[in-house]
Design a protein around this ligand. Structure first.
Ligand code: ADP
Ligand code: MG
Length: 610
């Protein structure tokens, strides 16, 4: 039942709903659709939502007799007395959104309840009802909102570019789709279908649908509870990182928040596994006692304050660490025998390659400019609503709220068993390349070459970053010859090699002599490394450019490490020990897996024993 609230109730509710930008409209309409119990919600926008927003749901619909009432200020079906304010279950309750939207746009409502035979179409321009007529339509509600701020040009001027406005809408719809994996969300921008979720309730599925990145298939499930606080969600393996935190979304008691405390927990959980300046991907839902939380610290920021910040950081970091220590963090065979990669996957792979180069670039730039400021976040900073702050002007709250019903989000938790290098028993080598190993429940293939590359790469970068270089003198110096144009550059590249732990100096016309090499390299590795490094330099090479150095390092790393070297058992063990000490033992610097896991169960299945 929709009715106009008593004045004192209305006053109790913060006044003055403000529609600031297109995303505020999308948010209000999408939340109404959620409140209406819809299982399918389609959102379509044009020109960043400035010229066109459509939200269609299959929810309960609005009875024909109540359509006009719905557009009155303080008209809501969701609460009726002041007491109800303390026990709000719905997303909306102020009864202001439709009135505010209709006041500054051309609005069309088409709606039908299951009980009624025909639907109704209502047309409102600037708050004035222009038409109401019966119409045939499916159960549910469609709102079409066009020409935002057509009657308030001053406010229209404050809108950003189409791209900036649609970016905020895409972010919002992505978040609400993750918050409600049980609802099928579809987003269309300028006629182009951006994404749709399955609405089956599984969070991982929703993440894949929203982001459409093949690399997100391997996210690892987090599910950890301590002292009544629980953290659930998905995070990336350490091999998948970004240069910003944009791919980290945190929900606290159903609200999207920015939180240094949670960020810190994530960082600590990954500690020793990530390089400086790299951020993992994380979608985390934290549920805690509301009494231990203050959500109203800043009206315009989506921030929360935890009573016990240390405890939250620790719970998050434990959850992350537990997840990363599980079998799920090791590439599984079932993930490999999938169909030929689709175009999107190839694109994802290319991004990964690019990412890998940035990886070193980040490290190098951190080294060169230690006081680099973190990149500014360009995400919207929605407001946190405060019901208790009476009469405070209510600015658009863009945060996403999720139902407190925990069952609505399902987290699959495969392979939550801890992975421990100490449990590995090396059983041999096949094709002189792949180490075979077992633990109690799994069989592993380890690519000796990829493993060696990972070890070599991490040691080299470690050496580069270290203040004290660990050099070893060599008995027979290595001679290197370079073309004359490369010689011109020598100040730069001699420096770079020095930073990596080589002692190298000019020796005649265009020759150089290496007298000391990094301790972790063999003689032949050092020789190959320097040769490839120098070979790839030409007169135009900008060695002050970290991207260029990156490429040189990765390329040289790759050729220095040889495949098909026959290793003895002690050498294999040493390699595995070194791999165990790596930050990212499960992939090589180029993102290929070092480990493949086949569980006993999978093997038994292949032989049709189970
Ligand atoms: P609130 O959501 O705060 O109640 P709104 O102005 O957003 O206020 O909506 C007013 C009323 O219109 C709601 O209480 C609800 O009864 C009805 N309504 C709005 N959108 C929908 C929808 N998509 N499906 C069903 N009912 C709706
Ligand atoms: Mg509403």
């Amino acid at each position: 039942m929709i009715r106009v609230l008593e004045k004192k109730v209305a006053d109790k509710i913060a006044a003055g709903e403000v529609i600031e930008r297109p995303v505020s409209i999308v948010k209000e309409l999408a939340e109404n659709a959620v409140d209406a119990g819809a299982s399918v919600i389609t959102i379509e926008i044009k020109n960043g939502g400035k010229s066109y927003i459509r939200v269609t749901d299959n929810g309960c619909g609005i009875p024909a007799a109540e359509t006009e009432t719905a557009f009155l200020r303080h008209a809501t079906s969701k609460i009726s007395t002041a007491k109800d304010l303390d026990a709000i279950r719905s997303l909306g309750f102020r009864g202001e959104a439709l009135a505010s939207i209709a006041a500054v746009t051309h609005t069309e409502l088409i709606t039908k309840t299951a009980d009624e035979k025909a639907g109704v179409r209502l047309l409102i321009h600037g708050g004035e009802i222009l038409a109401k007529e019966a119409t045939g339509c499916p159960d549910g509600t469609t709102m079409v909102v066009t020409d935002l701020f057509y009657n308030t040009p001053a406010r229209r001027k404050f809108l950003k570019s189409d791209g900036a406005e649609s970016g905020q809408i895409i972010d919002f719809v992505s978040q609400i789709a993750l918050a409600y994996p049980g609802i099928r969300f579809r987003l269309i921008n300028n006629g182009r279908h951006l994404f749709s979720t399955a609405g089956k309730g599984d969070l991982h599925g929703a993440i894949l649908s929203v982001y459409q990145l093949a690399e997100y298939r391997d996210l690892v499930a987090v599910d950890y509870t301590e002292n009544g606080t629980c953290v659930k969600g998905y995070i990336s393996r350490p091999s998948l990182t970004r240069t910003t935190r944009r791919n980290q979304i945190f929900f606290v008691n159903g609200r999207v928040v920015a939180s240094k405390v949670i960020e810190k927990g994530v960082n600590e959980g990954y500690r020793e596994r990530l390089f400086e300046g790299r951020h993992p991907v994380a979608f985390l839902f934290i549920e805690t006692d509301p009494a231990r939380l203050d959500v109203n610290i800043h009206p315009n920021k989506r921030e929360v304050r935890f009573d016990d910040e240390k405890a939250v950081t620790e719970i998050v970091s434990k959850g992350v660490r537990q997840a990363l220590g599980t079998m799920a963090a090791v590439t599984e065979v079932k993930n490999i025998f999938t169909a030929a990669p689709k175009e999107t996957e190839i694109r994802a792979e290319q991004t990964e390659r690019k990412e890998e180069q940035v990886d070193i670039k980040q490290i190098l730039s951190t080294k060169r400019r230690p006081e680099r400021k973190p990149e500014p976040e360009v995400k919207p900073q929605p407001a946190v609503p405060s019901v208790r702050e009476e009469n405070a002007p209510y600015t658009a709250d863009l945060s996403v709220k999720v139902p407190t019903v925990k069952a609505s989000i399902s987290i699959e938790a495969p392979g939550q068993k801890p992975f421990d290098f100490a449990d590995l028993e090396i059983t041999g080598v096949i094709f002189d390349t792949y180490i075979t190993a077992v633990d109690r429940e799994n069989f592993y293939l380890i690519d000796q070459h990829a493993a060696h590359e990972r070890v070599f790469y991490e040691k080299l970068v470690g050496e580069y970053l270290a203040d004290e270089k660990l050099r070893q003198p060599i008995l027979t110096p290595i001679m290197v010859e370079v073309p004359l144009d490369v010689k011109e550059n020598e100040y730069d590249w001699l420096d770079s090699l020095g930073d990596m732990g080589f002692a190298i100096e000019p020796f005649g016309m265009n020759s150089y002599v290496i007298r000391e090499i990094p301790t972790f390299m063999s003689l032949s590795e050092a020789e190959d490394f320097v040769n490839v490094f120098v070979e790839n330099i030409s007169s135009g090479t900008q060695l002050s450019n970290t991207v260029v150095i990156n490429k040189l390092i990765t390329r040289s790393c790759k050729s220095a490490v040889k495949a098909h070297d026959k290793l003895s058992m002690p050498e294999l063990r040493a390699l595995m020990d070194q791999l165990a000490a790596c930050r990212n033992p499960f992939s090589c610097p180029h993102g290929r897996p070092t480990f493949i896991r086949l569980s006993q169960y999978q093997i038994e299945k292949m032989f049709k024993r189970v």
